[in-house]
Design a protein around this ligand. Structure first.
Ligand SMILES: *[C@@H]1O[C@H](CO)[C@@H](O)[C@H](O)[C@H]1NC(C)=O
Ligand SMILES: *[C@@H]1O[C@H](CO)[C@@H](O)[C@H](O)[C@H]1NC(C)=O
Ligand SMILES: *[C@@H]1O[C@H](CO)[C@@H](O)[C@H](O)[C@H]1NC(C)=O
Ligand SMILES: *[C@@H]1O[C@H](CO)[C@@H](O)[C@H](O)[C@H]1NC(C)=O
Ligand SMILES: *[C@@H]1O[C@H](CO)[C@@H](O)[C@H](O)[C@H]1NC(C)=O
Ligand SMILES: *[C@@H]1O[C@H](CO)[C@@H](O)[C@H](O)[C@H]1NC(C)=O
Ligand SMILES: *[C@@H]1O[C@H](CO)[C@@H](O)[C@H](O)[C@H]1NC(C)=O
Ligand SMILES: *[C@@H]1O[C@H](CO)[C@@H](O)[C@H](O)[C@H]1NC(C)=O
Length: 377
């Protein structure tokens, strides 16, 4: 009898799960939704003016720091990712690429830019964010399909609006040295020194429409005068990211009915050695910029191009040893055991040769960033 009642409640739940209100009549246990594993990548596979999502087939407007598989190029598709013979990340079956703009120190006294050293590679958190509506609807977290790609953030954003969920996706953690208390995260470049370095985090959308892979349409309809070689503004205009969106509370909460499928909630975490420039700073001045010319920090963004063995990723998502009790430690994940690469191996992986000409390291003179990018007002 109890069983039967449960079944009825469970079925009711199945049919009402799309309305995002009450969990009271759903007898499925509230999921912990804290499971995650951390994919570390020891170092970039390249630093180059390339972006096969936003600017396929040509140099990108600005420079990127790129982690992951060695097939990264002007153009990329799923099959090409699988031709990578190496990756700088910790699972050899993950031939994805993960990329972000590069951080520079802007010396306003002599109009030079110096690339900031990136320390420790990247941590990509694969967070399994399901809520009761998904469980009650009998859904599970889905591995990214073949051909899937997406971006987070907006290279053109220069302000912070606290009522926009997506504006909270970028966080700057000003790391201090040993005994100083931690500071709350900043939403743009912090206007102070960070003696332990600057950690930048960005969260990706985790609600998917179940169909789209992220499409680039070469016949840009947004501007009749747009020429495919133009790199001045709105570089993302021809790339359509509407296949994904954020859940109601950024990385928790409910997905809208238009995007009801859950994919792993990715979070990129990278640290930059900004403290190496402390002696060159002018008090009260924020001297760091991204390679896209953004000095506010609000224009930070990140790209993901899926190169996973999709079945393996799905298996890991279902594998409890890859989830909540491991504190994110990927070494404990049974599904990945035979494919793990130590940090030492990752750091010995041969990088790619730069494909777009132009200096990016050292002190850049002439008041321009790579690609002729200037710092915006
Ligand atoms: C990718 O590779 C698969 C299997 O080798 C093949 O069936 C498919 O046609 C390829 N796709 C493209 C777009 O080349
Ligand atoms: C991958 O291929 C490149 C170029 O052919 C070669 O230099 C490199 O050693 C190969 N790496 C691995 C891990 O096989
Ligand atoms: C400009 O300043 C940088 C430090 O920010 C220094 O390394 C560089 O040598 C200076 N260059 C010139 C031309 O003065
Ligand atoms: C902030 O975002 C909200 C919600 O999208 C919008 O209604 C509001 O106009 C925005 N405020 C500013 C100053 O842009
Ligand atoms: C982006 O793609 C979606 C879904 O395919 C479509 O509805 C929308 O109109 C597209 N947006 C633009 C700006 O092309
Ligand atoms: C940084 O802080 C200083 C002193 O607290 C202030 O004068 C300056 O306007 C601030 N700059 C920015 C960009 O917020
Ligand atoms: C991990 O998940 C299992 C079930 O999936 C649950 O029983 C356990 O309490 C969870 N542990 C933690 C630390 O959340
Ligand atoms: C991008 O713009 C810069 C200067 O604004 C120019 O030097 C560079 O050639 C442009 N790149 C492309 C691909 O058009």
């Amino acid at each position: 009898m109890i069983l039967l009642t449960s079944l009825v409640v469970w079925l009711t739940c199945l049919f009402t799960a799309t309305s995002a209100q009450q969990p009271t009549d759903c007898i499925k246990p509230q999921p912990t939704s804290q499971a995650f594993f951390v994919m570390g990548c020891g170092k970039p596979i390249t630093v180059d003016r390339l972006d096969p999502i936003v600017s396929p087939g040509r140099p990108s407007q600005h420079l990127h720091t790129v982690m992951g598989g060695s097939a990264f190029d002007f153009d990329l598709d799923y099959n090409k990712t699988q031709t990578s013979n190496r990756t700088t990340c910790s699972v050899s079956k993950d031939l994805s690429n993960y990329w972000v703009p590069t951080v520079y120190f802007h010396d306003k006294k002599n109009h030079t830019f110096t690339a900031v050293e990136q320390v420790g590679g990247i941590n990509v958190y694969y967070q399994e964010r399901m809520d009761w509506t998904d469980y009650c609807a009998g859904q599970e977290l889905l591995a990214f399909p073949k051909g899937f790609k997406m971006i987070a953030g907006d290279t053109t954003r220069r302000a912070f609006n606290s009522s926009r969920v997506e504006d909270g996706a970028v966080e700057f953690i000003c790391l201090l040295t040993n005994n100083e208390p931690g500071l709350p995260p900043f939403s743009g470049f912090p206007n102070r020194t960070c003696d332990g370095g600057l950690q930048i985090r960005i969260r990706f959308p985790s609600c998917w429409d179940g169909v789209g892979l992220g499409t680039f349409s070469s016949s840009s309809s947004s501007s009749p005068n747009s020429n495919s070689n133009s790199n001045s503004t709105g570089t993302a205009s021809a790339y359509n990211n509407t296949h994904v969106t954020y859940p109601s509370r950024l990385d928790t909460g409910t997905c809208p009915p238009t995007h009801r499928y859950r994919i792993p909630a990715l979070l990129y975490e990278m640290t930059w050695a900004v403290d190496a420039f402390n002696h060159l700073r002018t008090p009260g001045d924020q001297p760091f910029v991204f390679s896209n010319g953004d000095k506010t920090g609000y224009g930070y963004h990140a790209d993901f191009f899926n190169g996973w063995d999709v079945d393996l990723l799905q298996k890991a998502i279902r594998d409890p040893s890859c989830g909540n009790e491991t504190g994110g430690r990927i070494e404990r994940c049974g599904s990945f055991r035979e494919f793990l690469q130590s940090n030492e191996v990752q750091n010995q992986i041969e990088g790619l040769e730069q494909k777009v000409e132009g200096e990016w390291k050292g002190v850049l003179e002439g008041g321009e960033l790579p690609g002729g990018v200037r710092v915006g007002e």
